[in-house]
Design a protein around this ligand. Structure first.
Ligand SMILES: [Zn+2]
Length: 195
């Protein structure tokens, strides 16, 4: 295997490089580009842009690699955090249920998915707070009045555009008592012209 194809995976969450997973072994950040096995002195070295392994770890001493189910649960937890951040059209409950389903679809048993050794993926309440705070970091708080919605402010600016970055907010009279907002994508306008 060439070095550049020997890859690893950050496992802690969004923009978090503290822990990596490599061939079912878990490593904690040791220094700069070195990661140390969570359970023994084995060290994994990665390149400076943290893309691939530059030096394979030495033999692990006194412990086995993590079970496939535990690795799958860790990856599922990471994916949930990423989706809470990137996929704001889906509720955090649905994200959680999807993660759990992906594990049961992969034929892992509920008892294994939730074994204390694994850290468990049940119940939802265990993740609600974490996922909700991730979601809140990308979605503004619900406005209490129409005045709170100012599309020139960064918080709401993105709602004036489509997910593709095209103009979506077409009209805003900014009237404090009779606010009129018109949203329409270019695609919808093109359809109207065709009708
Ligand atoms: Zn080890």
């Amino acid at each position: 295997m060439s070095r550049q194809t020997d890859t690893f995976e950050f496992i802690s969450g969004i923009r978090d490089s503290r822990q990596v997973l490599h061939q079912n072994y878990l490593y904690n950040k040791h220094s700069g580009i070195q990661y140390r096995c969570q359970k023994c002195p084995s060290v994994l070295s990665v390149n400076e842009t943290m893309m691939y392994v530059t030096k394979a770890p030495t033999a692990h001493i006194g412990h086995e690699p993590l079970a496939d189910c535990r690795v799958a649960v860790m990856k599922a937890i990471k994916r949930m955090k990423e989706r809470a951040f990137t996929d704001t059209t889906v509720s955090i409950k649905e994200i959680y249920e999807h993660a759990l389903k992906s594990l049961t679809d992969a034929k892992f048993k509920i008892a294994d998915i939730n074994a204390p050794l694994i850290g468990g993926l049940l119940p939802f309440s265990r993740f609600r707070g974490t996922l909700a705070s991730i979601r809140q970091s990308v979605v503004p708080p619900l406005p209490e009045t129409l005045d709170d919605i100012d599309f020139e402010q960064e918080t709401y600016q993105k709602y004036s555009l489509t997910n593709e970055g095209e103009l979506f907010l077409r009209y805003d009279n900014k009237n404090r008592t009779k606010r009129i907002l018109i949203f329409m994508s270019q695609c919808a306008i093109d359809w109207l012209i065709l009708i």
